[in-house]
Structures are given as C-alpha cells and as structure tokens.
Write a protein that binds this ligand. Structure first.
Ligand SMILES: *Cc1c(COP(=O)(O)O)cnc(C)c1O
Length: 383
C-alpha cells in the first residue's frame, strides 16, 4: 500500500509563482491594478475571446451576468443538475427559476435535445457545462439558442485550454472560467468572464466594482479617480493584483499542465480497461480537444462489492483521495424541500450521481501514482 496520501487534486505552484505574488506585495499596489489588466489581456489572448473581466470567482461572474441581463422573477434558466451548486444558487438568488435538463449518460453533458425538452416561453438563458475538460457539442446548442432567442452561457470552469472544432473555449460567445485551486490554473480563488459581446462586458465591468464604471486603478491617474460616481448599483467582485499576478504566472504553464494531465489520463484509460467494474466517461465523438480537468469514473454497482461511498472510503484507507463531481443539485436538501424535486426526474443525472467519483489527477502526479490508484482499485474489488 502507498505510504503517502495521494490527494485527488493539488495545485502546482512554482517558485516563479511565489515571486510574482511577492513582487506585488512589495510594490505598494496590491488590489486591482496593472496585474489585473495584464491578466485580463493575456487570458483573452490565450482563449481568443474579445473581452475579459477578472473577478473573485466564477460564481461572482455568474451572479453579475444574471444581474446584467436583468434575469429575475418569472424567468427560467435551463441548466443541468449535474453541475456545481453555485449556478443553481445564483439563479435562485436572482428570483428566477432553474429548469433542469438531463445529461448524456456517458459524457455527463446536456445535448440540444435534452435542452430543447425544457424550453418554454419563459426561458431566458441556458448554462450548459463543458464537463471534466471535454467540450460540449456547441453548434447544435448555438442553433437552439438562436432559434428560441435565448442566451447561451458556457460554464467553462473545467475548460481552460479545451478546444471545440479547433477553437478554444471562450473564443466566441460568452464563457465563465474558474481559478479555484482544483481548476487547471489557479489564483487561489478567482474567475474570468470572457465574451464577444462588448456591451455586456462593459456592464459586467461596471457591476464588478460598485457600479462606478472605473477600475480600482487607473494607469493615467495612478490610482482611481476619486470623482467617479455610481452609474448603476454594483457589487465588489474585482480581482486583486495579488491574485492576478499568480494567474499570469500560472497561465504561462497552462498548456504544459494540460499536456501532463492528458498523459496521465491516457495511462488511466489504458490500465482501467482491465477493470470491468470501473467505467470511465466517454470522450465525445465531436471534434474537440480535452484539457482533462478531472478523471471521472463510475462504479458499476451491479457488479461490484459495495456502494460508491464505501468504495471511496476504501480508497481513502489505502491512501488514495477521491472527489465527487457532482452530487445532483436538484436532490440536495434545500432544493428538494423548497421546489419539491423528487428522484426519478432526471434518470441519467441521478444514475451518475450515485456512481461517479473523481480519481487523483494533477500535473505534478507521476505515472507511478496512477499505477498505485489502479492497484488500490483492484485490491478493493478482489476482496
Ligand atoms: C468550480 C466550478 C464553478 C464555480 O467556480 P468558483 O470559481 O469556485 O466560483 C462553477 N461551475 C463548475 C462546473 C465548477 O466546477
């Protein structure tokens, strides 16, 4: 058995990252300023998107976006329940109603058909998720959004570096990225709004900082204009330079990180072909390139010794950490109790919710670590 615990994720932080942050701390300007502006510019260049606004989280980006579009009571927003709860929380907080589209059983992503089944006259927006690093099949979703005249917002928290038909996620439309420590690059906490819609981006920029219409820092005035006034009431979601400097430093290594993830994922896929009880996700057939944010598998509970939760515990006893992305949102306590959701509503989502778990995958892992994980899985199944 492994001697050291292998976490399911660990950020890769270099001495260069640490110096970049230390430089900001010594500079005399630590909140939103020149590093923030440079990070926005470099991230939009990386994705090919036209406008980028750095924020304290992807959840903040979601909140601002719903506000910017005036979504609220009487509106419906379509999203999978196989997503992080922040999306549902933000929709609910604005007073709008989340409507859940089921997912493809083997990619964990919504399709134009599952979304179409949820469309009503009240639909204002759809928020599908590029899951685990794979790309959604965007063309049919874009066509559906155009046909019904609602906005398509891509949850790209898992998709930094992912491509769809040769184009990076973020290159077109509106996408939200996260830099939480488990994501492919991190700023500690952070997020990025990326869009080709200039007016929408301008509104997000205003809303992120009190509605003042200026950043905390203005190059020309070496500070912020003290005369700036409220143009619309806003929030306080700006990304400070301490975090942006880490983002700039991490972004330089994103492609190398993703290459490493890809190699580890390939090894998992090869070794796991020998294990019938473990079913990896399917890599979608459409033209895309994967950034391998997570390595998610399903435990075939009909064939195996125990439930998924017990299996995760057994792995932990063998010093292997796992994650759970995600427990179906509609069946969580608050949403079950306030909206009356019941098991059976979303068969593919619920089937996966009971069986999925995420195996360790991060750039500093070694092939031997992958071998340890597969050995531990086999050891549990033999007993
Ligand atoms: C991480 C994550 C988010 C939220 O990102 P934060 O930056 O933590 O707010 C949203 N959606 C998905 C699918 C995520 O994995």
């Amino acid at each position: 058995m492994r001697k050291e615990f292998l976490p399911f994720s660990r950020p890769s932080v270099s001495e260069e990252d640490i110096s970049a942050v230390a430089d900001v701390l010594r500079s005399g300007w630590i909140t939103t300023g020149p590093q923030n502006a440079a990070f926005e510019q470099q991230f939009s260049k990386y994705t090919g998107g036209s406008h980028a606004v750095a924020l304290v989280s992807a959840t903040a980006a979601m909140h601002l976006l719903l506000k910017a579009l005036g979504i609220g009571p009487g509106d419906e927003v379509i999203t999978p329940a196989m997503t992080w709860v922040s999306t549902i929380n933000m929709i609910h907080m604005t007073g709008a109603t989340p409507v859940f589209a089921d997912i493809d059983r083997d990619t964990l992503m919504v399709t134009d058909k599952t979304v179409d089944a949820c469309v009503s006259k009240k639909t204002r927006m759809i928020i599908p998720v590029h899951f685990a690093g794979a790309a959604l099949d965007l063309d049919p979703l874009r066509a559906l959004a155009e046909k019904h005249n609602f906005i398509l917002v891509e949850d790209a928290a898992h998709a930094a570096g992912t491509k769809y038909k040769g184009e990076k996620i973020g290159a077109r439309g509106t996408a939200l990225f996260s830099f939480h420590p488990i994501k492919n690059i991190t700023t500690g906490e952070g997020g990025m709004f990326v869009s080709d819609d200039k007016d929408l981006s301008d509104t997000i920029r205003k809303l992120k900082f009190h509605g003042l219409g200026v950043d905390a820092f203005d190059r020309t005035t070496h500070g912020r204009s003290p005369q700036a006034e409220v143009l619309m009431p806003g929030f306080k979601y700006n990304m400070p330079d301490i975090l942006a400097a880490l983002g700039i430093s991490q972004l330089k290594r994103l492609d190398a990180f993703n290459q490493k993830r890809k190699e580890l994922a390939k090894l998992y896929r090869t070794l796991l072909t020998e294990v019938d009880e473990i079913i990896p996700l399917k890599v979608p057939d459409h033209d895309m390139s994967h950034c391998w944010h997570l390595f998610i598998v399903r435990l075939n509970t009909d064939k195996s010794c125990c439930s998924r939760d017990v299996f995760m515990d057994e792995l932990k006893k063998r010093n292997i950490g796992t994650g759970l992305h995600f427990r179906a949102a509609h069946l969580q306590k608050y949403y079950r109790e306030t909206m009356g959701f019941k098991p059976g509503m979303l068969p593919h989502t619920e089937w996966n919710s009971d069986r999925i778990f995420s195996l360790p995958l991060f750039p500093d892992m070694m092939p031997e670590d992958v071998e340890d994980v597969v050995k531990a899985i086999k050891d549990i199944l033999v007993r």
